[in-house]
Design a protein around this ligand. Structure first.
Ligand SMILES: Cc1cc2nc3c(=O)[nH]c(=O)nc-3n(C[C@H](O)[C@H](O)[C@H](O)COP(=O)(O)OP(=O)(O)OC[C@H]3O[C@@H](n4cnc5c(N)ncnc54)[C@H](O)[C@@H]3O)c2cc1C
Length: 434
């Protein structure tokens, strides 16, 4: 049977465990965390749940087994993520960001670097290990994120510079990052390690001037301001980081001259996960609205589900959820077949599901009516959470759509490759070749 949406026995177990974790351990803490006005305090409120998730292997399960991880497939991540996101997508982002940080090391690091940095991620006896994916910068010049691969020299593109001090065998980092998740750690003293995208050649454009560098906790010259206070995904910590003459051994650098590829590949890997995150949130909104429609009359002579308009709206939401889940799974399956690559399809799934399901969540609010605005009900939170999907994990307009365009503009692009799950060529050129 070549097409089969049935989960394996192992995946069914994974789903049951993830669902139980989400309902029994995560759900009791997320409401208060979401309402906490202090973003760092909100993050710390979910630390206990994180430790439990870590023990279950959800925090680093994506790392290949040979480096101490769980060797989870992209499809496995789909199953886990939907369940967690149905309860809180901000929490799932904390887990996801460990992967955004460490998977580039798996793809681009030397064997020595992998042996040094990856096994500790899954071997923390306290279960508190965090890795920060430290790419994004505040909007402006220098700064900005979407144009990381701009061909123009500094100050266009990434502005955190790493100057090579060959005499001391070090890189010296100066500049700021804004938005990176997890980077500040549980105490704003730093994650266990931050994988930073830096400008090693400021006179060159982003396709050759960027690199990745590992900055471990405790490195002098890094400071973390209070995290950003956001409207959604409030339990994940987004940092404002300053680097002032921060010295890092040169052996911590990898993908030298190819930091752009790290960014592209990481946000390709995460695309299907962000897509299924949107499914998880929309699923919860839909189930709440369906139940409401079957139990509330709005003063009429029966439940509002009797109104065709309400039924049609619910049908529309249900269709979108099914379509988006299928697309997310397809994209993850494609990536499993292609060593986690899939620059077009990962981005497509992320863009399509995030946009489609933001609308779907708003539709569930229209079904419920004005009471959806009452904060006693969860729909206003689901809307705030859903608003994040088109904007985070490489914004749809500035980064993900551009990636799809770039793949399609390649003269060697075969439009049937996606359908047939064959790898599409992706090149580091900006703008794409006509
Ligand atoms: C919950 C959450 C978690 C996050 N986690 C991380 C993390 O772990 N690490 C990290 O580094 N970042 C993280 N971010 C930041 C996130 O990845 C953003 O997607 C990233 O900063 C890019 O934002 P942007 O697309 O708005 O780019 P910006 O550079 O701010 O661009 C803004 C807008 O300008 C327009 N634009 C700019 N350039 C172009 C262009 N070339 N073509 C078309 N339009 C353009 C687009 O409309 C774009 O949306 C997180 C954000 C959130 C909300």
């Amino acid at each position: 049977m070549p097409i089969d949406f049935t989960l394996t026995a192992a995946q069914l177990r994974l789903r049951a465990v993830a669902r139980e974790f989400a309902n029994d351990i995560l759900a009791p803490v997320v409401r208060a965390a979401d309402e906490d006005p202090d973003p760092q305090s909100a993050f710390v409120r979910v630390k206990g749940a994180y430790v439990e998730a870590y023990k279950l292997g959800f925090a680093t399960g994506f790392i290949p087994k040979r480096y101490g991880g769980g060797g989870a497939s992209n499809l496995d991540l789909q199953v886990i993520s939907e369940e967690i996101c149905a309860v809180d997508p901000g929490f799932a982002t904390v887990l996801l960001v460990n992967g955004l940080a460490l998977m580039p090391l798996v793809w681009f690091g030397s064997e020595e670097q992998k042996r040094k940095w990856l096994p500790p991620a899954s071997a923390d006896p306290r279960g508190e290990y965090l890795a920060g994916w430290t790419v994004s910068e505040a909007a402006g010049a220098p700064g900005g994120t979407a144009n990381f691969d701009s061909p123009a020299p500094y100050p266009a593109g990434v502005s955190l510079t790493a100057t090579h001090d060959a005499r001391n065998g070090e890189y010296v980092l100066n500049g700021e990052k804004y938005w990176p998740c997890n980077s500040g750690g549980w105490d704003l003293e730093g994650a266990n390690v931050n994988v930073c995208i830096v400008r090693t050649a400021p006179e060159q454009g982003g396709a050759s001037g960027l690199s990745a560098i590992l900055v471990p906790r405790g490195t002098a010259g890094v400071s973390y301001a209070q995290p950003i206070s956001k409207i959604g995904h409030r339990v994940c910590q987004n940092n404002h980081i300053r680097f002032e003459n921060c010295r890092v051994p040169e052996e911590n650098a990898f993908a030298v001259g190819h930091g752009d590829l790290c960014i592209n590949r990481a946000f390709t890997w995460s695309g299907p996960v962000a897509a299924i995150a949107a499914v998880g949130v929309a699923r919860s909104a839909y189930e709440y609205a369906l139940d409401w429609a079957k139990t509330h009359t709005a003063g009429g002579d029966g439940p509002i589900m009797r109104h065709q308009a309400v039924g049609y709206a619910l049908a529309d939401v249900a269709m979108r959820i099914e379509a988006c889940r299928a697309f997310s799974w397809k994209a993850a399956h494609y990536q499993d077949l292609n060593d986690s690559e899939g620059h077009a399809i990962g981005a497509m799934a992320k863009v399509f599901c995030g946009e489609t399901l933001f609308d779907a969540v708003f539709k569930t609010m229209r079904i419920m009516g004005v009471n959806a605005l009452d904060r006693r009900h969860p729909l206003e939170r689901y809307l705030r959470e859903a608003a994040v999907f088109p904007l985070y994990d490489a914004g749809n307009l500035g980064m993900q759509m551009r990636k799809i365009w770039q793949v399609m503009a390649n003269p060697d692009f075969d439009p049937r490759a996606l359908m047939e799950s064959r790898l599409t060529p992706f090149e580091k050129v900006w703008p794409p070749r006509p």
